[in-house]
Design a protein around this ligand. Structure first.
Ligand code: URA
Length: 233
């Protein structure tokens, strides 16, 4: 349903008044101000006028084992998306809480709760993100020191936050980051001209990818899992 139609129905307004209400910036969908009358809403969206909830939606939180070759997006002209892995009835309002590159595998979160995903993605929200990395060339102890000190990313003009690297074998390691910059893991190994040949996210904060989930499978998060990622106090 279009948001303008939703407002007409719920607030008993005519078309012009509901358009004016939207233009005033008083309407929020999943925590974001929406002014576009064409915006589509579903029964899963949380819709508020000022501080008054017009629809609370049914919150949904999923963990998904992302396979390689699937895009972390809701639509893509070329590749299947993670939403193609979830049956249609789950779709309304579902969006990604974080992303992984096309060929990265592992833990990905989906939700229709815009506030929850927003909290998760805030830069101040520092949770560990743990990756298993396989590289083309051998990894050595220089990497441990360099990653702990940070690496300068000239494009953004920043130095990465201290990261922990645990060597597993000559060509594989476990890397713990507390931030999520564009292609961060690949760029960090790029500092040593060492291409990442496989990347898998094992854990976000206290939440570990459920080992019973095969690539492409997903399950709902338990209330404790939802709470452990974004504590409400
Ligand atoms: N870092 C990367 O380079 N790729 C990912 O998919 C995630 C983190």
């Amino acid at each position: 349903m279009r948001l303008v139609h939703f407002l007409r129905k719920h607030c008993e307004l005519n078309k012009q008044s509901s358009q004016r209400l939207l233009a005033s910036g008083r309407v929020r969908v999943d925590g974001n101000v929406v002014r576009d009358p064409g915006c589509r809403v579903t029964p899963y969206c949380t819709i508020a006028l000022d501080d008054k909830a017009l629809q609370t939606g049914t919150p949904c939180y999923l963990m998904l084992h992302k396979p390689a070759g699937v895009v972390s997006a809701t639509q893509h002209p070329e590749h299947p998306t993670v939403l193609d892995l979830v049956p249609n009835e789950w779709h309304p309002g579902l969006h990604l809480a974080g992303r992984l590159d096309l060929n990265t595998t592992g833990l990905l979160l989906l939700t229709n709760d815009g506030l929850w995903s927003k909290q998760l993605s805030r830069p101040e929200h520092k949770v560990d993100k743990v990756y298993r990395v396989q590289t083309q060339h051998p990894i050595d102890s220089r990497y441990i020191k360099q990653f702990a000190e940070g690496i300068y990313f000239s494009f953004e003009g920043i130095t990465t936050a201290p990261a922990e690297l645990e060597l597993i074998s000559k060509h594989s390691a476990r890397l713990t980051l507390r931030e999520g910059r564009y292609h961060q893991v690949k760029r960090m190994f790029g500092f040593f001209d060492n291409p990442v040949v496989a990347l898998h996210r094992e854990r976000i904060g206290e939440l570990t990818l459920d080992p019973s989930l095969a690539p492409g499978d997903y399950r709902s998060l338990s209330p404790a899992e939802i709470q452990c990622l974004v504590p409400t106090g």
